[in-house]
Ligand binder design. Structure first.
Ligand SMILES: Cc1cc2nc3c(=O)[nH]c(=O)nc-3n(C[C@H](O)[C@H](O)[C@H](O)COP(=O)(O)OP(=O)(O)OC[C@H]3O[C@@H](n4cnc5c(N)ncnc54)[C@H](O)[C@@H]3O)c2cc1C
Ligand SMILES: *[C@@H]1O[C@H](CO)[C@@H](O)[C@H](O)[C@H]1NC(C)=O
Ligand SMILES: *[C@@H]1O[C@H](CO)[C@@H](O)[C@H](O)[C@H]1NC(C)=O
Ligand SMILES: *[C@@H]1O[C@H](CO)[C@@H](O)[C@H](O)[C@H]1NC(C)=O
Ligand SMILES: *[C@@H]1O[C@H](CO)[C@@H](O)[C@H](O)[C@H]1NC(C)=O
Ligand SMILES: *[C@@H]1O[C@H](CO)[C@@H](O)[C@H](O)[C@H]1NC(C)=O
Length: 508
């Protein structure tokens, strides 16, 4: 067996001498963990196993990390001895099986959505509809219950999982197979990384296919007073973007087109040119202490977002008119346009808040948010969306997992989750100046508290602050938390994989 001296030689060990922050994708000033002792970058599962064995034998906490695509300091616990296992170099893809249009593939911890999607496309397969727009790892998405948006197809990424290999607290590889009646499985499909490092995931795939993307503009009242289920459920994936200052919504829809369709559309949600990035930063910063510039910026963003955020894959020319179409992996996942960089590289940083509400209460929640916007305006401090694509509203069909956002397991307040969930995701720009407060900062906390106290909302596990998790605890199912904690105890009795999230919800 490897000892730590061998590991330091064999692995790419980031030589940290004292506790330092481990940052999210947003970089300096945006810690995922406030204090960590070491960051390992193993290149094989055996090396990951060795790191876990060594750390746990010394009582050091361990957290796996993919690409740090999360928003707040909730990845680790606050223990400065924490060791990070950065998984990106452990990214093999194997065992593709595809028969009669359906099959499976095995991916290692660090394999990302774009990487796997491209690999599958080259072999006539695809990830289906359970897709996300950014460069996150499949294991990281599965760990945290991440989702795309659909009421028709399962949208939680882990609903596509068929098997896991998880490195437990002893450094053993534990193999699990899908069994929706088994507590271990119901814990593993939203494990929050608390059972151990997910080393491999076997996921369902389907034959390669093409989709269209379409978008139309709705009046706010068409959504707030409309039949949301009827607007979303017909599509393989669909979501809203809300522009509260303009009282408009974009409705984005996706559906399957014949594979013979000649479209070559490629989506990028997050990339901008340097000129665009700097322009947006100036506009947005000017709204830090004044309300009006935020409304002016929102109107510009609304106009930009009305056009397709798609280019032709071969020519890189922007596609100007809806609908667009192309291979599913290009349309649903996409990536960066060749001449552009992610917006956060130009200082465009964000905060967010994401809460899931039963679809049966979706209209009521949106109307309550509208009241809070109106109240801020009445108080002379109007707030609006400061994000380039507005307020993002997604959906999920019910999926059973102890800690899943769309499970039908209810908290202290009973609710009907059987029609699915609406995920209200409200990103906002964080000014680069002064104390980084947003315009009318107090309003954001009031919004969160109001929604959590008045609706049975459940938090997204990487898009909320510690405070939000504390407040939302009342809405989690007590029985599921207990059963999750029992499974966690079997995998990791010494709490090697503890995290702030796990501590706040009382399962560690
Ligand atoms: C720009 C952007 C867009 C996003 N869009 C969506 C979206 O549409 N829908 C959605 O639901 N979420 C979305 N997210 C959130 C994202 O899906 C999750 O935060 C995801 O967990 C990030 O994965 P990662 O590979 O970067 O992992 P990291 O950010 O590195 O880790 C996230 C968490 O997962 C744990 N973890 C990571 N890898 C493993 C592993 N192998 N084993 C065990 N635990 C592990 C980490 O310890 C940490 O607690 C988005 C995030 C960003 C930044
Ligand atoms: C995505 O992440 C991987 C590491 O997991 C990295 O190698 C790759 O360059 C990233 N791609 C983009 C477009 O940022
Ligand atoms: C937990 O810690 C104790 C005491 O340090 C040790 O004896 C035991 O082997 C550890 N168990 C696991 C599963 O790591
Ligand atoms: C549940 O799955 C675990 C892991 O595969 C297994 O050890 C356990 O026996 C299963 N429990 C039941 C009740 O089948
Ligand atoms: C907003 O006010 C703060 C002081 O409260 C200041 O530090 C910051 O620079 C101001 N922002 C702008 C864009 O003027
Ligand atoms: C939820 O209800 C349980 C008992 O039914 C109670 O013990 C607990 O305090 C409640 N939790 C919250 C956060 O209200």
């Amino acid at each position: 067996m490897l000892n730590i001296a061998v590991l330091c030689g064999a692995l790419n060990l980031f030589g940290l001498t004292s506790a330092v922050p481990y940052n999210t994708f947003d970089g300096e000033g945006f810690p995922a963990c406030n204090n960590v002792a070491q960051v390992y970058r193993p290149s094989t599962i055996d090396e990951m196993v060795a790191v876990v064995k060594d750390a746990s034998s010394k009582g050091k906490p361990v957290r796996a990390s993919g690409n740090g695509h999360m928003w707040y300091d909730t990845m680790c616990s606050d223990d400065p001895n924490t060791v990070i296992v950065k998984t990106d170099a452990v990214n093999r893809i194997s065992e593709l099986v595809l028969q009669n249009g359906v099959g499976s593939v095995v991916v290692e911890a660090g394999a990302t959505f774009p990487q796997v999607a491209e690999w599958l496309h080259a072999r006539g397969a695809s990830l289906g509809y359970t897709l996300v727009n950014w460069n996150i790892t499949i294991a990281g998405a599965v760990a945290m219950g991440a989702h795309r948006s659909s009421l028709r197809e399962h949208s939680q990424v882990s609903s596509a999982a068929l098997a896991f290999d998880i490195i437990n607290g002893k450094g053993e590889l534990v193999h699990l197979e899908r069994d929706q009646t088994n507590d271990t499985w119901l814990a593993a499909t939203t494990s929050l990384g608390l059972l151990g490092v997910i080393a491999r995931v076997k996921i369902e795939v389907i034959a390669d296919f093409k989709v269209y993307a379409d978008q139309k503009i709705l009046d706010e009242s068409d959504v707030l007073n409309g039949d949301i289920y009827a607007q979303i459920s017909p599509y393989v994936t669909a979501n809203y973007w809300w522009w509260p200052g303009l009282k408009k919504f974009h409705l984005r829809t996706y559906g399957v087109v014949p594979i013979s369709n000649f479209g070559q559309a490629f989506q990028s949600t997050f990339s901008v040119t340097e000129v665009e990035g700097n322009l947006a930063l100036g506009l947005l910063n000017s709204g830090q202490n004044l309300s009006a510039p935020n409304f002016a910026t929102e109107a510009i963003f609304f106009g930009l977002w009305s056009a397709p955020n798609f280019h032709d894959k071969t020519t890189n020319f922007p596609l100007l008119f809806w609908p667009v179409s192309g291979y599913a992996y290009d349309v649903l996942i996409g990536g960066l346009y060749p001449d552009q960089r992610p917006e956060w590289e130009y200082g465009l940083h964000g905060k967010t808040l994401e809460l899931a509400v039963p679809l049966t209460q979706a209209n009521a929640l949106l109307k309550r948010v509208r009241q809070l916007f109106d109240q801020a305006a009445a108080e002379g401090k109007p707030v609006t969306s400061t994000y380039r694509s507005g307020i993002n509203i997604k959906f999920g069909k019910p999926f059973d997992s102890f800690l899943g956002q769309t499970t039908e397991r209810v908290g202290n307040r009973t609710a009907d989750w059987s029609k699915g969930a609406m995920m209200f995701d409200f990103p906002s720009f964080v000014p680069t100046l002064g104390d980084h407060h947003r315009y009318n900062e107090d309003w954001y906390a009031k919004l969160a508290k109001t929604l959590i106290d008045e609706f049975p909302v459940r938090p997204h596990w990487t898009k909320n602050t510690r405070d939000i998790f504390r407040q939302s605890l009342q809405n989690l199912n007590q029985d599921s938390l207990r059963r999750f904690a029992k499974v966690r105890e079997q995998f990791d009795p010494n709490k090697t994989f503890k995290s702030i999230v796990g501590e706040i919800i009382g399962v560690v």
